[in-house]
Design a binder for this molecule. Structure first.
Ligand code: UDP
Ligand code: MG
Length: 137
C-alpha cells in the first residue's frame, strides 16, 4: 500500500464540489487516511509550493491557494501516487481526459480543482506539511 497527498482546491470547494470529489475518491477504491478543511494563509501556501517559487505562476498560484478554504487529504491505495494523478488528469483541464476530476471540475490551468503529489519524496514532504503521524493512524 502507498500513500499520497491530495487537495480539493479553493475553486472546487467554493463551487460545492468537495462532496462529489470525495465520493469519487471512495468509488475508485482509495482509503481516506487523513482529511481536514483548512484556510491557508499566503505564507502557508508559499511554503507548500516552495518548489515552484521561481516559476512565473508562483504569485498567482499562491494567491489562489490562499483565496478560500480547501480540503487536504492523505489517500491510501496500491500505487496511490499514480492512481490519484491519473484520476485527476493533466494540469490543464482542457488536456485532461473525459471523466477525470480536473476535466469535470477544473476551469483553467491555475484553477484546476485538485492537487496530487507527483513522487514518493514529494508525497512525504506534502503529507508531513499538513499532518502529524497521530493524525494518520
Ligand atoms: N499552474 C499554473 N499555471 C501553470 C502551471 C501550473 O497556475 O502554467 C498551477 C496549477 O494550479 C498547478 C500548480 O500550479 O496545479 C502546480 O503546477 P504543477 O506543474 O506542479 O502541476 P500539477 O502537478 O498540479 O499537475
Ligand atoms: Mg505538481
Amino acid at each position: 500500500m502507498e500513500r499520497t497527498f491530495a487537495i480539493i482546491k479553493p475553486d472546487a470547494f467554493a463551487a460545492g464540489n468537495a462532496g462529489k470529489i470525495l465520493s469519487r475518491i471512495y468509488e475508485e477504491g482509495f482509503k481516506v487516511v487523513g482529511l481536514k478543511k483548512l484556510y491557508l494563509s499566503r505564507i502557508e501556501a508559499e511554503g507548500f509550493y516552495y518548489v515552484h517559487k521561481s516559476r512565473p505562476f508562483f504569485g498567482e498560484l499562491t494567491e489562489f491557494m490562499s483565496s478560500g478554504p480547501c480540503v487536504v487529504m492523505v489517500l491510501e491505495a496500491d500505487g496511490a501516487i499514480k492512481k490519484w494523478r491519473d484520476l485527476m488528469g493533466a494540469t490543464n483541464p482542457a488536456d485532461a481526459p473525459e471523466g477525470s476530476l480536473r476535466r469535470q471540475f477544473g476551469t483553467s490551468v491555475g484553477e484546476n480543482a485538485t492537487h496530487g503529489s507527483d513522487a514518493p519524496e514529494t508525497a512525504a514532504f506534502e503529507m508531513g506539511y499538513f499532518f502529524s503521524g497521530l493524525e494518520l493512524l
